[in-house]
Design a protein around this ligand. Structure first.
Ligand SMILES: Nc1ncnc2c1ncn2[C@@H]1O[C@H](COP(=O)(O)OP(=O)(O)OP(=O)(O)O)[C@@H](O)[C@H]1O
Length: 258
């Protein structure tokens, strides 16, 4: 199992009390599986991603990434694990303003000690896969919102991660560009064998994912919120299995504690 969170409890100090952001959460995502987490603001979605990214240590529970147990690992080991196995795409494009699209990717390779030649080949391949070959030399302000988000995704894939964590990828995009980004994520998940977790408010994008989970008050349960259909907003899409979103959670790989 590529990403496995078991019985995670995460709290934050809240004045003289403690706020439970994640309340005994289980999550398993296999390679090639695209999982979406939906839920209201403040329900714990970003906290879940941060724990999965090994950026925050939970009070209890275990995190395993690509077969590596995170609990008890040193800070240096976590950083290495993150660099080698996890790609993160943040909500807003956080590209460096002064760098070209190509250099945004090369910086990642530099941090992980890849050879410059090998990195340049991979970066160009990734930009081509994102349909950005003609934008290699463009800086962020010369790119559209959708193009910036595709550079973000390419950058997250630079070190060939097994796990891809994506926070609200469509929030700054119009519907068409948003759908294109999620479609791209779905394709990459299958093609690269990624275990992808996407936090989203955008129910229209759920038609492209394999599994939908809902966060509410720090608890993760199977299925979309309020009975919303994953096909909402995409009536023309060929349906793979409308009921799988519910079934997957309860029966097999992805575990969410109800
Ligand atoms: N660093 C922090 N310190 C204290 N409380 C926090 C911190 N980060 C998040 N919280 C609280 O934890 C709860 C879960 O927050 P989180 O950001 O994970 O939710 P979310 O579902 O991602 O929300 P949104 O959709 O608005 O981003 C909220 O009540 C939030 O106020």
């Amino acid at each position: 199992m590529t990403l496995k969170l078991t019985d995670i409890v995460l709290t934050y100090p809240d004045g003289d009390r403690t706020l439970t952001a994640l309340d005994h959460v289980d999550l398993t995502v296999e390679r090639g599986e695209f999982t979406a987490v939906v839920g209201p603001s403040g329900s714990g979605k970003s906290s879940l991603l941060a724990v999965a990214a090994t950026l925050i240590t939970p009070v209890s529970g275990t995190v395993s990434v690509a077969g590596h147990e995170v609990s008890g690992a040193s800070q240096a080991a976590r950083t290495r694990l993150r660099r080698e196995h996890i790609g993160i795409v943040f909500q807003q494009s956080n590209l460096l303003a002064s760098l070209t699209a190509l250099d945004q990717l090369l910086v990642m390779a530099d941090l992980s000690g890849r050879s410059t030649r090998e990195a340049a080949v991979r970066a160009r391949e990734l930009l081509a896969a994102m349909d950005l070959s003609d934008k290699e030399d463009k800086r962020p302000h010369q790119l559209s919102g959708g193009e910036r988000q595709r550079v973000n995704i390419a950058r997250a894939l630079m070190n060939e991660p097994e796990v891809l964590l994506v926070d609200e990828p469509t929030s700054a995009l119009d519907q068409h560009r948003g759908e294109r980004i999620v479609s791209l994520l779905a394709t990459l998940t299958k093609r690269n064998g990624l275990a992808t977790v996407m936090v989203t408010h955008d129910l229209a994008t759920l038609a492209r994912v394999d599994t939908v989970l809902s966060m509410a008050d720090g608890r993760l349960t199977a299925g979309p919120v309020d009975g919303a259909s994953p096909e909402d907003g995409r009536p023309d899409r060929p349906s793979t299995s409308p009921t799988r979103h519910q079934a997957t959670k309860n029966s097999s790989s992805s575990g969410a504690r109800a």
